[in-house]
Ligand binder design. Structure first.
Ligand code: KIV
Ligand code: ZN
Length: 543
């Protein structure tokens, strides 16, 4: 029956599209109807996104992202997993205390301890605080991971929702690995948790396994077979292991889902989650045949993507939809010709609609602190006075070296300054190298406020610099990746270096920028070592 419904829906959509293409204006108007269904956007960049390797953020960074999510006007911000660590708890609490507007969710397993801890952090958001509790429902997870019988899983789910209901009426329940769950059992769990008080039921594709047609049928099955389904919003949460997370989310809303869980830049466990910017822009761009909308301010999408990249150091691929560097670049001559005649020949949405404004010369060496601060605020940065002063000094130095200063340069400067209090700081690096010299680096650093200096020989300027830093910091980590690029064009452009370092199970990314590539490399390496140090410290504190 679900299959038939899906097929018929597609036949209707295709007929509608044919009529629009033939110029039937009445149909186009019908597709613009006022009663477009609003799909709620549940952003999990700070929880599922942050879980992914290299994406860990500290509290200050999470708060900056949360402020930007507020500007984007998402409906729900999943701020973290409060019982996972002290750091996660503090971040959820701080976001619940500070961000007023979106609902703030915190994840917890289906145990009383988890739920109580989650509410302790979420209570500051009042009725906008959402307890998001979950348990796995697929046979494979119940047997091997939980080692629990289905009846026990069902009882735990109901008990968890009842416990959450003792704190709030805003409860989301997730059936982890729903896509591989037997449908009658999935329906039984969903019905029971709604009866117990869940107001949102999430049907995740935890392992990124489903395809649109199948997912549509799962949601449709629940709509048809869960008697109290109208008492809750159906949410979907798709992972991208087969590259279908966005397509699956679209299929799910066509079947009746009312909330989509997604992340900025599509970050998340393994291959990531449904990308927020892609999902939102599909609804906006294809509103001719998709009768849905979101509350998202799409002009904030590019700034959100950039902010996340600046914080995590993980760049999006250049050809990434919506926010990739090439997403609006028209290189081929024939395309450029078409664009000059009529933009819509090759452009299905405008760069302005996603907040991508031509990289403008924003500030010059005569710009004052006020203009600098204002531009930073427009880019989504709020720095305290100390950090603002340091960033302004760096901007002035850069403006002396470089004729033109672009937004990308500001991103690079500020992401250096906006970081948490660092344990390791670079004072100076000097290198001698060349075709007839053994590369020698002299590095001076502050190690927790104490000045330390050393010199090391190496196989080139970067190697000698990194050896000196490693010696001073006594780090046991391994450098696993080193990339260098330029932030803008020209020989006076700032170089941007990204490194990845690993130790044990931890792997972090560091970024640094400067007009001198060796200084940029030293900064990137030190940034990574600070992040590794903070991460290890957070985990030790949590034990
Ligand atoms: O992927 C998943 O199933 C999850 C749940 C905890 C919602 O992240
Ligand atoms: Zn997930």
């Amino acid at each position: 029956m679900g299959w038939r419904f899906f097929f018929e829906e597609n036949v209707k959509i295709n007929a509608l599209r044919r009529r629009i293409l033939k110029g039937d204006k009445s149909m186009a108007k019908a597709a613009k109807q006022e009663d477009r269904k609003i799909i709620r956007i549940f952003d999990t960049t700070l929880r599922d996104g942050e879980q992914a390797p290299g994406n860990s953020m500290n509290m200050e960074e999470k708060l900056r992202i949360a402020k930007h999510l507020h500007k984007l006007n998402v409906d729900v911000i999943e701020a973290g997993f409060p019982i996972a660590s002290e750091g996660d708890f503090d971040a959820v609490k701080k976001i619940a205390q500070t961000i007023k507007g979106p609902e703030i969710a915190g994840l917890c397993r289906s145990s009383e301890k988890d739920i109580d801890r989650a509410w302790e952090a979420l209570k500051y958001a009042g009725e906008k605080g959402r307890i998001h509790t979950f348990i796995a429902t697929s046979d494979i997870h119940m047997k091997y991971k939980l080692q629990m019988e289905p009846a026990k899983v069902l009882a735990s789910a109901v008990k968890a929702v009842k416990r959450a209901a003792s704190y709030t009426a805003n409860i989301e329940f997730s059936c982890e690995d729903a896509v591989r769950t037997r449908l009658p059992f999935l329906a039984e769990v969903v019905e029971a948790v709604i009866a117990a008080g869940a107001t949102t039921v999430n049907i995740p594709d935890t392992v990124g396994y489903t395809i649109p047609f199948e997912y549509f049928n799962i949601i449709k099955y629940l709509k048809d077979n869960v008697p109290n389904i109208d008492k809750a919003i159906i949410s979907v949460h798709c992972h991208n292991d087969l590259g279908l997370s966005v397509a699956n989310s679209i299929a799910a809303i066509q079947a009746g889902a009312g909330q989509v869980e997604c992340t900025i830049n599509g970050i998340g466990e393994r291959a990531g989650n449904c990308s927020l910017e892609e999902f939102v822009m599909i609804l906006k761009t294809r509103k001719d045949i998709l009768p849905f909308a979101t509350n998202v301010v799409t002009e904030q999408l590019t700034p959100a993507s950039r902010l996340l990249t600046a914080i995590t150091g993980i760049a999006v691929q250049p050809n990434k939809s919506i926010v990739g560097a090439n997403a609006f670049a028209h290189e081929a001559g024939i395309h450029q010709h078409g664009m000059l005649m009529e933009k819509t020949t090759y452009e299905i949405m405008t760069p302005e609609s996603v907040g991508l404004l031509a990289s403008a010369l924003v500030l010059g060496k005569h710009s004052g602190r006020h203009a600098f601060k204002k531009r930073l605020e427009e880019l989504g940065y709020e720095l305290n006075d100390d950090k603002l002063n340091r960033a302004f000094d760096r901007f002035k130095d850069l403006a002396d070296l470089k004729k033109e200063v672009f937004d990308e340069d500001l991103d690079a400067i500020v992401s250096d300054e906006a970081r948490e209090e660092d344990h390791f700081k670079l004072d100076h690096v000097t290198v001698t190298c060349g075709s007839f010299a053994v590369a020698t680096a002299t590095v001076q650093m502050q190690i927790n406020g104490i000045t330390a200096r050393t010199a090391e020989l190496g196989d080139g300027p970067v190697d000698s610099t990194f050896k000196a830093i490693k010696k001073l910091t006594k780090s046991k980590s391994k450098l696993t990746q080193y990339n260098v690029g330029s932030i803008t064009g020209g020989t006076d452009a700032q170089g941007e270096v990204t490194v990845r370092v690993s130790e044990g199970n931890h792997s972090v990314v560091g970024k640094g920028s400067s007009t001198d590539i060796i200084v940029a490399s030293a900064k990137a390496y030190i940034h990574a070592l600070n992040r590794l140090n903070n991460k290890q410290k957070r985990l030790t504190d949590a034990v």
